[in-house]
Design a protein around this ligand. Structure first.
Ligand code: FAE
Length: 548
């Protein structure tokens, strides 16, 4: 459908005036933010006990996301004392506005990991750039740039669970063989997926409420368009507390999903790991968590076990202290990128030379690509949009794409439908050590997203043709349809049964384990955290039974 489509013109023309006004107020409000946290908040964070230099610990877990939290909980319940090391903040104390997390429309010092300017996934609106200056701070969302891709990741106690949409999707069983070919599917679907879903507190929107809720008008429009073009529309479970969202809608509880909170944390309603696995592992009394601590080295210790070097960070990102500890067992749970970077560097620089050549390989972006569509005036998507997606379009079998019907919570009517597609992109990248620059590189090429675009088009070209609508070209820069420069779902880099054995034990070293998204070879066919959690549940059960 071309730009001269009557529907496309009408939608864009009518919405432009109101959008300009609305965008201005959003940007204006954003410009006022950016102050630093209160002394009380800083003191509360600083008061928690952290790991001491010289300590000897039975089990050290690097990272506090899904894999790390599962490992720590199960080890702690088995009676092992666990130390979790987390480079991000604890996110348990209010900031200067009395809230722990910043709003998506008003990013401030809390929003980005050590950046002086935001790098928002949607960087423009109607040609207006949305990014703004912020104080450099150890904020919650890292937009980590590699040559051909920006990888978004959560930073803090809870990892990606702090910033993600909470979409908790179990892959279709017929797709599982391609996701984790060496894992017994029967065991996963009978034991570990149910265990993960229970541990994460996964549930689905009340279908009757969905039909009438103002905040899901955008999803109902998404359903109508999908079905009119013959695509299967599916409800997608989430970890949000749906009863809480009903109270938000009724005006009886402070708003979080309905206030557009998501990318920089949810103040209420979302069950991040802080409310689930981390709450349970804290309750064991057997786990110590050290926020603002970053592991920089792991090497065999002369006396047995491993020497682990840890930098304690300031909120400005400087190293306040360097601590050296020893650990009998070390679990790499720093996320696909964090674990892969550490292992690639440690292998290349001689700290862990016995790791095999699979380290750093098999990395994929879960085929992520974003796009928006401009709807007709008679298809408004709603000024009030829940930031928690609850539905998707499943064209995986026919076209290689599963598209999440995503919100665009601007607070104004945009007449836009927005989608994050997960696609069967076959490209895989590799992390390598760049000795000259002293950093780890990733060889992903931007052009490698083309298969993802083609697969997403298998859905949206047909919908646009049926509806007489067009793609938005203003969300990812001027005249750009596809958000093909990023991923939210990094996977791989230390792939199961290649870099490790079939339970995550690193080949070449006894007592070193990978237990996060680095194990999964690049794609899960749906949003990944339920699979990361279920795989971690499977692996840690075996490790506890045989290695401890
Ligand atoms: P992760 O959760 O990333 O945890 C790793 C932790 O290790 C982090 O807290 C790091 O700060 C920390 N770390 C890294 N390096 C070090 C170091 N050297 N020393 C100490 N700590 C370190 O790993 N997935 C879904 O299934 N559904 C969704 O709706 C969804 N939405 C998303 C939206 C956004 C904006 C983003 C960024 C991601 C989203 N994801 C979603 C992806 C999901 O959050 C991600 O797959 C998992 O968080 C990965 O879990 P891991 O345990 O591998």
């Amino acid at each position: 459908m071309s730009d001269s489509s009557p529907g496309g013109r009408a939608a864009t023309g009518v919405s432009r005036r109101s959008l300009l006004a609305g965008t201005g107020s959003v940007l204006g409000a954003a410009a006022l933010s950016g102050t630093f946290p209160t002394a009380r908040a800083r003191a509360a964070t600083a008061a928690s006990p952290v790991i001491s230099g010289g300590a000897h610990v039975p089990a050290l877990v690097i990272g506090t996301g899904y894999g790390g939290s599962v490992a720590a909980l199960r080890l702690a319940r088995a009676g092992v004392h666990v130390h979790m090391i987390e480079m991000g903040m604890s996110w348990d104390a209010p900031g200067s506005d009395g809230k722990i997390f910043a709003n998506t429309t008003t990013p401030d010092y809390r929003s980005f990991w050590l950046r002086t300017k935001t790098k928002q996934p949607l960087c423009s609106f109607l040609g207006f750039p949305l990014d703004k200056d912020v104080p450099r701070y150890t904020g919650i969302l890292d937009a980590e740039d590699f040559g051909g891709i920006t990888v978004y990741q959560g930073r803090g106690v809870g990892g990606g669970s702090l910033v993600n949409g909470g979409m908790a999707v179990t892959p279709r069983r017929e797709n599982f063989g391609a996701v984790l070919p060496t894992v017994n599917a029967e065991e996963m679907y009978s034991t570990y997926y149910p265990r993960a879903n229970a541990g994460l507190g996964v549930s689905s929107v009340d279908p009757a409420w969905f039909e009438s809720a103002d905040c899901y008008r955008y999803a109902r429009v998404g359903r109508k368009h999908a079905q009119r073009s013959g695509f299967p529309f599916v409800f997608v479970p989430d970890v949000y507390d749906w009863d809480y969202m009903k109270r938000e809608a009724a005006g009886t509880a402070p708003r979080s999903a309905l206030a557009g909170e998501i990318l920089y944390g949810n103040n209420y309603g979302k069950k991040s790991l802080q409310q689930t696995y981390l709450a349970q592992l804290r309750a064991t009394g057997n786990v110590t968590i050290s926020p603002l601590h970053k592991v920089t080295s792991v090497a065999p210790s002369p006396g047995g076990g491993y020497t682990v070097v840890i930098d304690q960070l300031t909120t400005g990102g400087a190293t306040a202290a360097t601590k050296t500890v020893t650990a009998d067992k070390v679990f790499f749970a720093a996320g696909s990128v964090g674990t892969s970077k550490l292992l690639t560097r440690l292998r290349a620089t001689g700290a862990l030379p016995g790791l095999n050549d699979e380290i750093g390989r098999g990395w994929g972006d879960n085929g992520n690509v974003m796009c928006g569509r401009a709807n007709h005036m008679w298809d408004p998507t709603g000024a009030l949009q829940s930031s928690i997606p609850c539905s998707g379009i499943d064209n995986w079998a026919a076209g290689g794409a599963f598209a999440e019907v995503a919100p665009l919570p601007t607070g104004i009517e945009t007449y836009a439908s927005f989608y994050l597609s997960i696609t069967k992109n076959p490209n895989r990248a590799r992390f390598t050590w760049n000795a000259a620059a002293g950093r780890v590189d990733l060889d992903w090429q931007t052009a490698w997203k083309q298969p993802s675009i083609d697969m997403a088009k298998s859905i949206f070209d047909r919908i646009n043709s049926k509806e007489g609508t067009i793609y938005r070209t203003d969300l990812f820069g001027l005249h750009k349809i596809w958000g093909d420069h990023l991923t939210y779902h990094p996977l791989g880099g230390a792939v199961l049964d290649k870099a490790t054995d079939n339970y995550g034990r690193l080949r070449g070293y006894s007592g070193l384990y990978v237990i996060d998204g680095a194990l999964i070879p690049g794609n899960t066919s749906v949003n990944p955290f339920v699979t990361i959690t279920a795989l971690a549940e499977r692996n840690i059960e075996r490790i506890i039974a045989t290695d401890l």
